[in-house]
Write a protein that binds this ligand. Structure first.
Ligand SMILES: [Fe+2]
Length: 300
């Protein structure tokens, strides 16, 4: 075990601090800095029980239920629906994740470019956004002992790929960052920023990245941007801000080089451990653990 890893493990072994949660967040179990990242489920009303998409989501749900500790949150990071989110798509999705809700898991959502905001709101009347913008967005805020997670709705239009924040969203994001001075901040959004990662994916990323990125670089508490959308799994960095592309629950652009599954993130004061859960039991990525350490820019 390396010194760094020992340090990380020691830091992760915090005790007795209950997560501070905002009004829309149900009480999470004490001692929990674990978060499930599930994205791009792409569930459609016309998919029968033998379809691979519901089967994969059911597999993920079963594995999440079997975790030794209930995570503080399950984040479904966009593209819940197959193509252009319909009431039937969301009804099918809700049925598939019902066992998580029945077991008491708190589930949070961001929206992707295959979701339809109005239909999402109708399907999830009890989901409350952390913001009340004139142009509605379904945003969220999760404060855990070791991290503030800012969940951004980056849906611009369905089903076109590019995402967008907009001025209201950008201002709110910066306020949430500035408001958090005692622990790291991690952004969770469906779309990739146009920074870090493969520039090939920039056209489909957050279109106004340029108007926010320097502000994030300048705020040392910002440590990472976690996204889906690309349907692949890889890690990148820009100005030592981690850009984490989590693998999709369903559909990969290139089966030869990627696969599907979900991710368990375990936050510590100085980084995060990512556990990869591929749907394929014999995939080389399965049970892979990645340790990301936060940039040390001043001290936060
Ligand atoms: Fe997707």
């Amino acid at each position: 075990m390396t010194t760094n890893r020992r340090h990380f493990l020691a830091a992760a072994a915090f005790a007795g601090v209950a997560p501070a949660v905002h009004s829309e967040v149900a009480a999470a179990p004490a001692n929990s800095d674990e978060v499930v990242l599930l994205n791009d489920t792409h569930i459609g009303e016309k998919q029968g029980p033998d379809h691979i998409h519901p089967q994969n989501l059911q597999r993920a749900v079963k594995e999440i239920l079997a975790l030794p500790h209930m995570p503080a949150a399950v984040i479904v990071n966009g593209d819940l629906a197959m193509s252009v989110g319909t009431p039937g798509d969301y009804a099918a999705f809700i049925k598939l994740i019902a066992p998580l809700r029945e077991a008491g898991h708190k589930i949070h959502f961001t929206l992707g470019n295959h979701d339809v905001r109005e239909e999402f709101i109708r399907a999830f009347p009890n989901e409350v956004s952390s913001t009340k913008f004139s142009d509605h967005r379904h945003n969220g805020l999760i404060d855990l002992p070791n991290v503030r997670l800012i969940l951004l709705d980056t849906l611009k239009e369905c089903p076109a790929a590019p995402g967008l924040l907009g001025a209201e969203q950008r201002d709110w994001l910066i306020r949430q960052v500035d408001d958090c001075t005692d622990k790291p901040v991690v952004i969770v959004a469906h779309h990739n920023p146009q920074a870090g990662g493969d520039p090939m994916h920039y056209p489909g990323g957050v279109g106004d990245t340029a108007e926010i990125w320097q502000h994030l670089i300048d705020r040392p508490q910002v440590k990472a941007w976690i996204h889906g959308h690309v349907h692949d799994w890889n890690l990148a960095m820009d100005h030592r801000i981690h850009v984490v592309n989590t693998l999709a629950c369903n559909m990969v652009a290139n089966k030869a080089v990627s696969t599907n599954g979900w991710t368990l993130a375990r936050f510590a004061p100085n980084g995060v451990q990512l556990d990869i859960h591929t749907h394929l039991p014999d995939h080389p990525w399965r049970a892979e653990k990645k340790w990301l350490f936060w940039r040390q820019v001043k001290s936060v």
